[in-house]
Structure formats: C-alpha cells, structure tokens
Design a binder for this molecule. Sequence first.
Ligand SMILES: *Cc1c(COP(=O)(O)O)cnc(C)c1O
Length: 219
Amino acid sequence: MDIKENFDNIKKQIPSFVTLVLAAKTRTKEEIIQAINAGATDIGMNYVQEAEHLYKDLGSQAKNIKWHMIGHLQKNKLNKALPIFDSIQTVDSYELAEAISKKASTDNPTIIFIEINSARESQKAGVMPEDIEELIKKLASLPNISIQGLMTMGPASNSNTLRQCFKETKQLFDKINELNIPNIKLKTLSMGMSDSYLIAIEEGANMIRLGTVIFGPRG
Ligand SMILES: *Cc1c(COP(=O)(O)O)cnc(C)c1O
C-alpha cells in the first residue's frame, strides 16, 4: 500500500470543503507519519491510550494536527483525553457532555459533536434521531463546550439504507440550525468511511473518516 498515493487519490476525488480525518486506530507511527507527510491534518482515534502514545511519539508534529475522538469515551478517561483532543465526536448523553463541561477550560472550550444512531440499531452508540433536539437544547447552556457538529456511523448493511441514514442525519443537522437555539450553530457533519464516503459527501457530509482506503486493510 502506498499511503501517499492513496491519500493523493482521495484528495482528488473529494471537494476541498470536505475535511479528511485519518481513522488511525491500530496503525503504526510510521504509517501515520507517511499520511501526515502526504498532507493529512486531522487524526481520529478510538482509544485514549492509543492517542496518548501517538501524541507523544509524534513530538512537535503533534501540535500541528487536529485530534478527534471518534470512539466511545469513558468519563474516567477525560483527564487524559481533554489535553489531547480538539474535538470529541462521540457525545451521546447529557452526562458525558456535562462531565466534559466540568473539566474543560473556559479559554479553550472543547468542541463536541453529537453522535446520532442514524440506523436506530439498539446495540449501537449514539442518540436516537428523535431525541437529538431535546438533548441539544439541554446542552446549549453548558459552559466550556462548543457544540459544532453531528457525527454518525450509519448501518453496516446495504448502501440504500446507508444513503437514507445519511440523508436523515443531514436533515436533522439542517433542522437544528433552523431552530436558532442560542449558542448552537452546527458547522460540521461527520459521516462516511472507506466504503461510504462518496455517498456521504453526496448527502451533505463535510467531514469524512477514513482508515482502510488510506492505509489498507487492518491486519
Ligand atoms: C475505523 C473507523 C472509521 C474508518 O473506517 P474504515 O472503514 O477503515 O475507513 C471511521 N469512523 C470510526 C468511528 C471508526 O472507528
């Protein structure tokens, strides 16, 4: 796998307003550095501990990267997570947002995205689409956090369901912005992975999270 070639090819396929987040779980430092040298600016991590190691390993380079938490975040990991991550894309409860709000700093509010369970799969993380409005209204007054986006994984199944889930997530995104809730202006819609990013962009994503198409299959 030529990581630079993969990265360049994808950048050519996608509009410039779409942010490409490297989904870097299980990849080596060397692989990730190749992607950074090819131009990657954003890294998504699923585990706090893995992110800590990578952050240290990258040294001064780490500061030039935007770090996104894209895995489930446990409240007891917040002290370690907050100094690393610029954004937490997987907030799906008032309790987690409140815990972040208590620990984040006023000078440097933590960017959070609400994760939507767009496929309504009971075993999956995320807020049910019908509950998002109430949750965001409750979160709007919490200090030290800035709610800037929605994130969804979508279903693992066929691409028609997938497209429908992405479409509905975009509709929710627009609807929330139309409500003009004080403090709430969503900017980022994070959806689409290696097998779905083109569909996601067609349906309104402006952030995609890619692992396999950049780095090759996970070993
Ligand atoms: C692994 C992962 C991705 C990327 O998956 P690929 O299919 O390898 O592109 C995107 N989002 C999340 C939350 C992930 O865990």
